[in-house]
Design a protein around this ligand. Structure first.
Ligand SMILES: Cc1cc2nc3c(=O)[nH]c(=O)nc-3n(C[C@H](O)[C@H](O)[C@H](O)COP(=O)(O)OP(=O)(O)OC[C@H]3O[C@@H](n4cnc5c(N)ncnc54)[C@H](O)[C@@H]3O)c2cc1C
Length: 418
């Protein structure tokens, strides 16, 4: 049995952020990661020269903790257009942010995505989002996102064509039962910054943090099966029989696994998503823009062409199409692909029939549910010497995972100082 001062179980963004903060304070933690690589839900697979993020995801450049912890410039971030293309009634309509793209004001105002009143109301809402104090957002009166939208004074037309598909694509929550605090937080982030993709794929984010850790700080291909208290130490049992002893343990796994390891009772409800990638000879959309299903009837809720955002996502002469379905349908892969292709042929014509299917990612546990009451800043100390971190402690975002890792590290350090 070997002795380590601090063991972090799980090398997702939260576990990595925790290790980074501990290392800054002079502690040398050991991360034990079940998979063959760190990153958890934030990984990118290189397939035939394409970069396939495991599920479409973006970094919001205004995330306060991401700005503190990450070297954003080194990620080579490429922004999305601030707005969306809406597919509705057989045509595409543009809804842009006139404050960021004044030259698109006319297209936005004249689009049939909503009424003129909607656009004026969005201008008012934008001003409210822009001035909201980020921390104060979470102590406002709370309801669900669906209810907040109903009360917003916006028409059914703009809710169906833009807000519902846009927010379903973010919260992965078909009913939009997600807390209205998340609506305010995410909109505030969109007003303050961009949605962006790193040039080397979303997995470049955990890779960047991992590179700041000392050599030997990460052990991959090692699954923790149980934790046992033993005097002042915790014994960490690994699946291949090895047992490690640590004075402090941080459980940085997804919520269901954290529940099994710690026996602490907390909510583990989550939302899933399915992401289907295609290779295309010609880009169906040449702009770095999100495309939304404004009709609401199709399997694909949102689509983009990552290679139009960052050329590095596809090899020369090819384009990458990413189609996202909210939830994980029980359709066999072939039927799923055929149904999506049919919808894409309606959107983009016969060319979609020739797209080559690259890979399908079915991700049942993508985001912990964030229904009201949403309490970011949930306790990270189980007892002295045993801590939790992960997006389930904060918000279900990269920002939340980063904050939770730092908080767990700081709580542990306080306890160590006595
Ligand atoms: C498809 C998708 C889209 C998303 N879109 C966005 C987005 O656009 N913007 C945004 O901000 N956020 C997004 N998110 C959310 C964001 O990715 C997560 O909130 C964040 O990555 C959670 O990090 P984590 O470290 O808490 O958990 P995880 O990344 O799940 O890390 C947990 C780690 O623990 C390891 N582990 C589990 N059990 C054990 C064990 N027994 N022993 C050892 N190791 C173990 C796992 O292998 C994993 O590496 C998205 C997530 C998904 C899946």
């Amino acid at each position: 049995m070997s002795d380590v001062s601090v063991i972090i179980i799980g090398g997702g963004v939260a576990g990595l952020a925790c290790a980074m903060r501990l290392q800054e304070a002079g502690v040398e933690p050991l991360i034990i990661e079940a998979s063959y690589q760190v990153g958890g839900r934030v990984r990118t697979d290189a397939v035939e020269g394409f970069l396939l993020d495991r599920g479409f995801q973006v970094l919001l450049t205004a995330y306060p903790e991401a700005r503190r912890v990450l070297n954003l410039a080194a990620l080579g971030l490429r922004p999305f257009y601030p707005g969306a293309l809406i597919r509705k009634d057989g045509r595409f309509m543009r809804l842009g942010d006139p404050w960021r793209r004044p030259w698109d004001t006319f297209a936005t105002l004249s689009s049939r995505a909503g009424t003129l009143w909607d656009k004026l109301r969005i201008a008012q809402l934008r001003a409210e989002w822009a001035t909201a104090d980020v921390d104060a957002i979470f102590s406002r009166p709370e309801t669900t996102t669906a209810d907040a939208l109903r009360k917003s004074g916006l028409s059914e037309q703009i809710m169906g064509s833009f807000f519902r598909p846009f927010l379903r694509g973010i919260f992965l929550d078909p009913e939009l039962a997600t807390s209205s605090h998340m609506l305010a937080f995410v909109m505030r982030m969109f007003v303050d910054g961009s949605a962006a993709l790193p040039a080397r794929g979303i997995g470049a984010i955990p890779d960047q943090i991992a590179l700041t850790l000392r050599p030997g700080a990460i052990r991959t291909n090692a699954r923790v099966t149980a934790l046992r208290a033993s005097g002042a130490e915790t014994l960490v049992h690994l699946s291949h029989g090895e047992v490690l002893a640590a004075s402090s343990v941080v459980v940085a796994t997804e919520a269901p696994e954290a529940l099994l390891l710690t026996d602490v009772d907390f909510g583990i409800a989550a939302h899933g998503v399915t992401c289907v990638y295609f290779a295309a000879e010609a880009a169906p959309i040449e702009e770095p823009i999100l495309v939304l299903d404004g009709d609401g009837g199709g399997l694909v809720n949102n689509l983009c062409v990552p290679s139009a955002v960052s050329r590095s996502y596809a090899p020369a002469g090819a384009h990458l199409v990413s189609a996202s379905v909210v939830g994980v349908p029980s359709l066999p892969d072939g039927v799923l692909e055929a149904t999506i292709r049919e919808q894409m042929t309606r959107w983009f014509g016969q060319a979609a029939e020739h797209w080559r299917h690259l890979r399908t990612y079915r991700i049942p546990y993508a985001l912990p549910a964030q229904d009201p009451p949403l309490i970011p800043g949930k306790p990270v100390r189980v007892r002295r010497g045993l801590y939790l971190c992960g997006d389930h402690r904060e918000t279900s975002t990269l920002n939340g995972a980063l904050v939770s890792g730092r908080r767990a590290a700081e709580t542990l350090l306080e306890d160590q100082r006595g």
